[in-house]
Design a protein. Structure first.
Lengths: 141, 140
């Protein structure tokens, strides 16, 4: 990657982080408000997902047409829906419901040194290392 | 909080989609946050530089937004810190065993219609809803 590309990847991250903050997804109260369907339900997360999924899906359809040796896109083929996927999604769901943080929002709160993020992110790193060490996660390159 | 509307949600979502799209084109990988971060923890990962810069941009973009807009800076602590620690551990474990989080499976996978990602997203959203229900009954 050249220097210009490295600036653009930083910009991509900044767009993502700005989106998380603007959409309110960095506030665990708003996320748990969405998950709490029997409480005073907050539909915001659904609108965030609609915007993100729509733009990404449409963008990938367009990008596919311009694929060449300078633009290599990842495979978007589905992996098998196996035990790993289901068990992982269940464990993640429990953690997400408990904390109201998924990985992006937790990292996004590091910049302002939120104590919740300063605790959550190292714990998340330990969980990932355990998954990689004992459950065969992230073995393929 | 006062000026937050669902337009903020939709606009933020569009920015998340654009950031993900740009990162996909530049890296040639699906830029799910748990995978980008998780693979930084593996010494043998060959492409650490873009992962690090992407996450640095994410943290910087969010921090700047918190400074610029009150509605973005809103943060309501919901759980005791010990619960946050346990939640972090489970999120780390689950996202890497299951191969993705809300961005990798939820945004990118669902966006391209990958069946495994659609299944994972339905499962983790459903389980998180049940978890909130049980937590509220048991603790509050």
């Amino acid at each position: 990657m050249k220097a210009g590309r490295f600036f653009l990847i930083f910009l991509a991250g900044a767009l993502f982080g700005t989106g998380l903050a603007v959409s309110g997804m960095t506030d665990p109260g708003r996320v748990i408000g969405f998950l709490d369907i029997f409480g005073s339900w907050d539909p915001a997360l659904l609108f965030v997902m609609a915007g993100a999924v729509g733009v990404y899906g449409l963008g990938m359809l367009i990008l596919r047409r311009f694929q060449n040796q300078n633009l290599k896109l990842p495979s978007t083929a589905s992996s098998p829906i196996d035990r790993q996927l289901i068990i992982g999604a269940v464990i993640f769901g429990v953690g997400w419901g408990l904390g109201g943080f998924c990985p992006g929002p937790a990292l996004a709160n590091l910049g302002t040194l939120r104590i919740e993020a300063l605790l959550f992110v190292p714990a998340m790193a330990i969980g990932m290392l355990l998954a990689q060490r004992f459950f065969g996660a992230d073995q393929e390159r | 909080m006062a000026d937050y509307t669902l337009w903020h949600a939709l606009t933020g979502g569009i920015l998340i989609g654009l950031g993900s799209l740009l990162a996909t084109a530049l890296s040639g990988k699906i830029p799910g946050i748990s995978g980008v971060f998780g693979r930084l923890l593996i010494p043998a990962t060959p492409d650490k530089k873009w992962r690090f810069l992407f996450l640095l941009g994410l943290i910087g973009g969010a921090a700047l937004s918190f400074l610029l807009w009150d509605s973005a800076a809103l943060f309501r602590p919901m759980r005791p810190l010990v619960v946050m620690g346990l939640a972090g551990l489970l999120v780390g474990l689950g996202t890497r065993i299951g191969g993705g989080c809300t961005s990798g499976h939820g945004v990118c996978g669902v966006g391209t219609g990958a069946k495994d990602s659609i299944a994972a997203t339905l499962i983790f959203v459903g389980v998180a809803m049940v978890t909130v229900l049980i937590y509220n009954r048991a603790v509050l």
